[in-house]
Design a protein around this ligand. Sequence first.
Ligand code: UDP
Length: 455
Amino acid sequence: MEKTEWRRKRVVLVPYPFQGHITPLLQLGSVLRSHGFSITVLQTNFNSLDPSDHPYFTFLTLPDGLEGYDFYFNNILMMTSVMNANCKAPFEEHMSRMLEEEDGGEVACIIYDSLMKFVDIVAPKLKVPTIVFRVNPAAFTHSLVILSEFLQQKLIPLPESSDLDVMVPEAYPLRYKDFLLPVTQEIPEPVVEFIQTYTNVQSNAAVIWNSVESLDHWPLQQLLQRWSIPSFPVGPLHKSAKLLQTSLIEEDNACLSWLDRQSPNSVLFVSLGSLSVMDEEELINMAWGIAKSEQPFLWVLHPNLLNGSDPIKTLPQEFKEMTRKRGYMVKWAPQKKVLEHSAIGGFLTHCGWNSILEVLCEGVPLICRPSFGDHMVISRYITQEWKVGIEVEVKTEDGYERAVRTLMASEEGKMMKQRAVKLKQEIEQSINGGTSHESIACLVEFIISLTVGRK
Ligand code: UDP
């Protein structure tokens, strides 16, 4: 097809409205725009971005009915289901209008976050092809596929006495305890349904991963064999996309000047992402562990971390005085810029996939403190496959102190740093002409070939 014929084709994006989901899908939008597509983002009222920060995208609103809901961690599932129920009708209206419009470009496809399930109900009705976008590594989706197969074979629940430290041969290098849910317990029916829906991509024309072929090779192959739809590992998108302002919380840039005054590779960056929570006891253990390690640190303590009370105010005064000269605390950091800073020598993380892609691109080794969702799977890959990090023992301050000292001041830490630098080079190759670069090119061709009216 002539370039001018498809240049104005429109790609519709439907992000799930949380930080770790909005950012990579918008980054994908930026990459596709640079290849000539026009981009329309359908966003909920909840956690909506300011369109004036993204003048090259068209934004339309999906009324989500979430007014009056307070956001906190235990409320996410409920909010997701309310959102899915309320967004379906306005989504259909927007899509029908777009399909009739002359200007704005012919709709090529919808690329959506798999948690926005209403897309999958409306799009087939309108005969618009859909591509599902995964913000997790394929290793996580593959672990759910295995879990789903175990459920079908009635292998789960395992007996109470089972050793959950045992490796699962079908999901190497995961252990039974790394699955999303405790496998010795009966899994509730709605959760079983969720797993089945999440792992079923029959209605989709393709799947896009914000992942790198070399990091995720085996799970990607396994899923390709099962699914037989095109699969595009195009990550890490934050490196291919134009820098976008997608932060939902104001970033505290003053910490960058503080980092400028620290020695190279000396600072531990501590950040548990936007959704992870902990109790006060662990916060105090973490604080004293970091303090006793005597390493400089930059610590993100966002207001939701303790599920209510302010974490910075909760920290003991004695801790603050003891670490005043070598510690810096913020509510939210410009994380990508922080991780790129030469002063950063280690990252204590919850293992959110965006954070992991960001840090792997900078060759910085890790301490893993997984929380929920895909974190256990990712932590396992970090520690067992790529060997660029260690998992922390969270129950004691000694556990934290040991982990920080090992990472920042030991031979083992140096080896992890060396491997992290090698991994960074591999990822750079994938973006500069390697697998991710090729995947983006193939994805562009694939979208051009799609036609509304047939899948
Ligand atoms: N982030 C940030 N500043 C912070 C902490 C996090 O900008 O102080 C960004 C981080 O760079 C990443 C995103 O928030 O892009 C978090 O996504 P991730 O998948 O790591 O975790 P989630 O928040 O979804 O649990």
